[in-house]
Ligand binder design. Structure first.
Ligand SMILES: *Cc1c(COP(=O)(O)O)cnc(C)c1O
Length: 392
């Protein structure tokens, strides 16, 4: 069966059918699993037989989701967690020790930045940030104790890219583990493992759910690394609930279709934005004007849903723009069927100093759109009227 195409596996992988011969997978809402006799229970605990014991360790719905994502990414193994941040933190917790160093791209998801700057230093783990747009700076920042290279591509919210092939060559040379937060691209549009990454991490809360319902995280990659992450999670407890796993696994069946349409809509809107006045720096990976268009074309099969642009009127116009939006949603999430607009300078990134904002290319007028699955003409109509009304 393993020669089936990834999309077929995304639809067809499913937990073992029970004696009821159900077609749709049931939710295994059970905290533990029973044994026939003491020998079977002993063997399960010893790891001599492959059995579910307790849902903090394994659960059929959770295993089904992990297996689907591992197949989509071309990875050896996978493990799912309660949230995307649980997947990120478990990766750090399982693989790093006091004295280790992380090399990371500067524009990281806010909570990942908090872990690197506030939590890991207390445990003697240091980091160096490199600008995603400055790949020449990566090799000289590698230290003898660099254990992990951690990047996001495309980055949030500036939509910069990291060249995965180049970075995996550096990881190989230096003996570091390369982990990629693949949340924005999803396994459908980008497969970091194909380019030499050891681990690919997802906030399943975003596009894998795709409909703004549940939270989850997944990490897939080399079997020995995933085993260490699994063992860390088994003991520390960031388990994904069976219900959430069931929702997410169902969503994976339509992930490819949705990402194709998200990408199609986003490209239409990005091209339209480029023709408008009063704004600049429209950033979308599949726009030929993107400074790393070549990288995008090489490592992504679609541009994804997220685009950004800068309003000429800066911070004040950004706020007026949000207030003028009628249909699109103003919310902290992204990766939904419904288009979401945000203004990082007045919200998610308001605490950054001017210098920090500049370093991650968040201009005061930067607007991020997570383009949804509405008809693109309606999204454009809403953005157009908001642009018009936000001009002073
Ligand atoms: C949302 C997000 C996360 C965190 O995921 P949660 O499911 O919210 O914990 C990590 N990385 C990126 C790039 C994200 O967008």
């Amino acid at each position: 069966m393993s020669d089936q195409k990834p999309q077929t596996r995304a639809v067809r992988i499913q937990a073992e059918v029970t004696q009821h011969r159900e077609h749709s997978v049931p939710i295994f809402a059970t905290s533990s699993f029973v044994f026939d006799d003491s020998e079977e229970m002993r063997a399960a605990f010893a790891g001599d037989i492959d059995r579910n014991i307790y849902s903090r360790f394994t659960n059929p719905n959770v295993a089904e989701l992990s297996e689907k994502i591992a197949h989509l990414e071309g990875a050896e193994a996978g493990h799912s967690t309660a949230t995307g941040m649980a997947a990120v933190f478990s990766t750090f917790g399982a693989l790093l020790s006091s004295g280790d160093h992380i090399l990371a791209c500067r524009s990281l998801f806010g909570s990942t930045h908090t872990i690197l700057t506030k939590i890991l230093p207390r445990w003697g783990i240091s980091h160096t940030y490199i600008d995603a747009l400055n790949p020449d700076a990566w090799p000289e920042a590698v230290q003898d104790n660099t254990k992990l290279i951690f990047v996001e591509t495309p980055t949030n919210p500036a939509v910069d890219l990291v060249d995965l092939e180049r970075l995996s060559a550096l990881a190989k040379e230096s003996g570091a583990i390369l982990a990629v937060d693949n949340c924005f691209a999803t396994p459908v549009l980008q497969r970091p493992i194909d380019y030499g990454a050891h681990l690919s991490i997802h906030s399943a809360t975003k596009f894998i759910d795709g409909q703004g319902r549940v939270m989850g995280g997944v990490v897939v990659g080399d079997a020995d690394l995933v085993k260490e992450i699994f063992d860390f999670c088994r003991a520390t407890g960031p388990a994904l609930s069976p219900f959430n796993a069931w929702v997410l696994s169902k969503s994976v069946e339509t992930l490819a279709l949705r990402m194709e349409k998200h990408s199609e809509n986003a490209l239409v809107i990005a091209k339209w934005l480029e023709r408008q006045s009063g704004l600049s720096a429209v950033r979308y990976p599949f726009l030929p004007s993107h400074p790393q268009y070549e990288v995008a074309k090489r490592q992504m099969s679609g541009g994804g849903a997220v685009l950004a642009f800068t309003l000429d009127g800066g911070l004040a116009q950004g706020k007026r723009f949000l207030d003028a939006i009628e249909m699109c949603s103003m919310t902290a999430n992204l990766g939904d069927t419904r288009t979401i607009v945000s203004h990082p300078s007045s919200t998610t990134h308001a605490k950054l100093s001017e210098e920090e904002s500049q370093a991650v290319r968040i201009t005061p007028g930067l607007v991020r759109i997570s383009v949804g699955l509405e008809d693109p003409s309606d999204i454009i109509a809403d953005v157009e009227q908001a642009l018009e009304r936000s001009r002073d």
